[in-house]
Design a protein around this ligand. Sequence first.
Ligand code: ADP
Ligand code: ADP
Length: 218
Amino acid sequence: MIEVKNLGKRYGDKVAVDDLSFTVRPGIVTGFLGPNGAGKSTTMRMIVGLDAPTSGSVTVNGRRYADHAAPLHEIGALLEAKAVHTGRSAYHHLLALAATTGISRRRVNEVIDLVGLREVARKRAGGFSLGMGQRLGIASALLGDPQTVLLDEPVNGLDPEGVRWIRNLLKGLAAEGRTVFISSHLMSEMALTAEHLVVVGRGRLIADVPMDGFCGLA
Ligand code: ADP
Ligand code: ADP
């Protein structure tokens, strides 16, 4: 469970997040919808503990991370679609990440299969397409088998088959009882993936509703 209370973030004079309060429950996929610049990424960074709030608070399963990043086995996050610049194979990239957090080689292999990277696991991750890079980012997020999964614009750069794949993956993670929170600027995507919707604009909460309450707009 993610609890955001009166959360605010300023960068100088710029208000990125403005008195935002909402709860993300386990067991369903919750979508975080809003146009570019609405404050979604900033909110997600504060949830994970990569950015400190200017005001208000965030807890994840009762824990407050403030400004130290949450451990991989508590929150798995894909925060921006940034390419991995490495000469390493995808397998060794994940293995190196696992080694820093005491995660086993067996788990690395499980995650490679889970995200469908087996065939390219020996290839240089730096040369991956956007879609493969997204899968690798998702693999990194899931490595610690976290209870809470946060993905910022996860379908970016994926082809239709990849989009269907991620939708099923997210629903499966939620069905296992995890808290799954994903951002998008596309209502059409959210309508197919999320059961609950948190909508923001200019840093402020616009709606916090079950998806079926939004059907007319989808
Ligand atoms: P979204 O993810 O919804 O596109 P962001 O959280 O990235 O929105 O950005 C919200 C607002 O905060 C935007 O106006 C953006 O320009 C601003 N912003 C985000 N990060 C920074 C930063 N590090 N410094 C200054 N302004 C920022
Ligand atoms: P090491 O990790 O010390 O290189 P391994 O026997 O684990 O030894 O790996 C040998 C090579 O095989 C590595 O270069 C690695 O990239 C590749 N490899 C091993 N296991 C896998 C795997 N599950 N998927 C893809 N490549 C693998």
